[in-house]
Design a protein around this ligand. Structure first.
Ligand code: AMP
Length: 212
């Protein structure tokens, strides 16, 4: 049987990164995430300028740049979990053209909870593990529990940029949620609980989709 193709939707801070890693590990699929791919290429010159110009303002990087990253990654993948894409209707139409999905899951979390999660988030510069200054502090401040790397705050996790990113989600990405909802493909997952609680619901939804 071929490996599952899963799309994980949700606002910034909903836990897509954490849950995607679990999906990748459990089902042996690639984790394709446009945010990480763009962060690794922030100063790459494109016909539309560098990704940094958009990312540091909390805005979307132009579609041609992002579509090409996703096309190349999905072409190579044997099963995948896609996270951070599509973020607008035009990206959703592009995705429809290049692949068939087994499941579209939406992680739902109230807005103020998202602001708290994102502004307190700290990320390991070496292994990418996520922590939170209040909800999940590392044993030693500023040091990754997993690999000993240095923790940093993402440039776009300051409160002003976080609020801008959440409005960009409401304006551009809500229509994507509606797009998949209209196609009857969307499963809603309560993203407010602990990572393990969310995972239990998500894993059940994936198993139902691949068995059905
Ligand atoms: P994320 O790590 O998913 O929160 O993404 C961080 C930033 O990368 C976003 O605020 C955008 O500037 C950019 N980005 C990530 N994915 C996309 C996408 N699908 N379309 C456009 N911009 C994106």
């Amino acid at each position: 049987m071929s490996k599952p193709k899963i799309l994980l939707l949700g606002p910034p801070g909903a836990g897509k990164g954490t849950q995607s890693s679990k999906i990748a590990e459990t089902y042996g699929v690639d984790h394709v995430t446009t945010g990480d791919a763009l962060r690794a290429n922030k100063d790459m010159e494109t016909d539309h300028g560098t990704p940094r110009e958009y990312m540091d303002a909390g805005e979307l990087v132009p579609d041609p740049v992002v579509n090409e990253i996703v096309r190349a990654a999905l072409e190579e993948a044997d099963g995948f979990v896609l996270d951070g894409y599509p973020r607008n209707r035009s990206q959703a139409a592009y995705l429809d053209d290049i692949t068939d999905l087994d499941l579209v899951a939406l992680l739902e979390v109230p807005r103020e909870e998202l602001v708290d999660r994102l502004t307190g988030r700290r990320v390991c510069a070496d292994c990418g593990a996520n922590f939170h200054v209040e909800f999940e502090p590392p044993a030693e401040e500023g040091v990754c529990d997993v690999c000993g790397g240095e923790l940093y705050q993402r440039d776009d996790d300051d409160e002003e940029t976080v609020r801008e990113r959440l409005s960009v989600f409401d304006e551009n990405t809500r229509p994507v949620v509606e797009h998949f909802d209209e196609q009857g493909e969307l499963v809603r997952i309560d993203g407010e609980g602990s990572p393990d609680e969310v995972w239990a619901d998500l894993e059940a939804a994936i198993d139902a989709a691949i068995e059905g």
